[in-house]
Design a protein around this ligand. Structure first.
Ligand code: HEC
Ligand code: HEC
Length: 275
């Protein structure tokens, strides 16, 4: 099987070494990535990771793994740690949830590095123009609900490092059909969901609030209104409270053409990657 023997052409490595940013997961000097049991590795990857990272590692609900440099991964040990423990506070589950022992974790880690070594920098699902996407993002209303690098309003999830968190296909769908993604979020897989449950509240005084639930306990509820105001209400002051499970507050982007969506996706995937 072709997995076992892969060497890195120097032409791929050189630009990487010059970038010298975070240490790369790949062995310097173009050493081959050897997988002890390639078929089992592929099977494990597909069964436990493919659902979120794509069967070829091109990303989806999770980021693209088939890339030369994984932003969070300096070496194989760190990669194994991420696979074993997940990334706290994100949609990346630890192996406890996926039932992989140490040997399987190591095998999958090697497979992920191999996926990275197969790709070239442009082999991602991104076809749009990130520069144009940037202009579009800031010209459209996006910043009225999202924060990027401190600019904007936090009605929806912060997008500062969205490029690390989500793959192109997921982002495309988030823009084209936001509500279609919500069933996944009900299972809690999509980070941000519980914080971003849309709600409508009417107080006993007759004030009406539309926005996102930020936090809730037995006696109080906090929400971010659609205009970006933070309100904290006592439940005893609330006359009506509607939790709109399955409802997306993302405006529909019907008025955006396919090219616009692709450009926005291209821009979003750069966020957090320092490019
Ligand atoms: C339920 C979906 C899901 C599954 C299953 C899943 N991941 Fe992830 N993974 C994610 C998400 C989402 C992120 C991004 C976390 C964030 O930053 O918000 C992520 C991040 C990562 C990262 C960090 C990439 C980087 O450097 O930024 C690695 C590596 C990774 N996953 C590997 C794996 C491997 C290997 C498996 C299979 C054992 C796996 N994941 C299974 C959703 C998933
Ligand atoms: C009225 C507020 C609002 C506006 C305007 C808005 N969004 Fe959103 N967005 C949200 C909310 C709320 C969510 C959380 C999930 C949901 O409700 O769909 C979200 C989710 C997203 C996600 C998915 C994030 C994730 O991690 O799952 C992306 C990407 C996104 N928005 C991009 C954009 C872009 C690009 C624009 C401009 C074209 C935009 N949004 C305009 C409120 C908004």
């Amino acid at each position: 099987m072709r997995i076992a023997k892969t060497t890195w052409p120097l032409s791929l490595l050189l630009p990487l070494l010059l970038l010298a940013a975070p240490a790369t997961a790949q062995e310097p000097g173009g050493a081959a990535i050897e997988i002890d049991d390639p078929e089992r590795a592929e099977r494990l990857y597909r069964a436990h990771c493919g659902r979120c990272h794509g069967v070829q590692g091109l990303g989806g609900e999770g980021p693209e793994l088939a890339q030369l440099v994984l932003p969070r991964v300096a070496d194989q040990t760190q990669l194994e740690g991420i696979i074993r423990d997940g990334i706290a506070g994100t949609g990346m589950p630890g192996a406890r949830a996926t039932i992989l022992d140490d040997e399987a974790v190591a095998l999958v880690a090697t497979y992920v590095l191999w996926l990275g070594a197969q790709t070239t920098a442009d082999a991602s699902g991104v076809t749009g123009d990130a520069g144009r996407g940037h202009d579009l993002y800031w010209a459209a209303d996006c910043a009225s609900c999202h924060i990027v690098a401190g600019r904007g309003t936090a009605v929806g999830p912060e997008l500062t490092i969205i490029g690390l968190r989500r793959g192109a296909e997921y982002l495309r769908e988030a823009l084209r059909a936001p509500a279609a993604r919500l069933p996944v979020s009900r299972t809690g897989l999509r980070s941000g969901f519980f914080e971003y449950l849309p709600m409508r509240i009417v107080t006993r005084d007759g004030d009406i609030y539309n926005g996102m639930r930020m936090n809730e306990d037995s006696f109080t509820i906090q929400m971010m209104t659609l205009s970006g105001a933070f309100v904290s209400l006592r439940k005893s002051d609330i006359a009506e409270m509607e939790k709109r499970v399955g409802h997306s507050l993302m405006p529909l982007t019907q008025d955006l053409g396919d090219d616009d969506v692709e450009d926005l996706v291209a821009y979003l995937t750069t966020l957090g990657r320092g490019s």
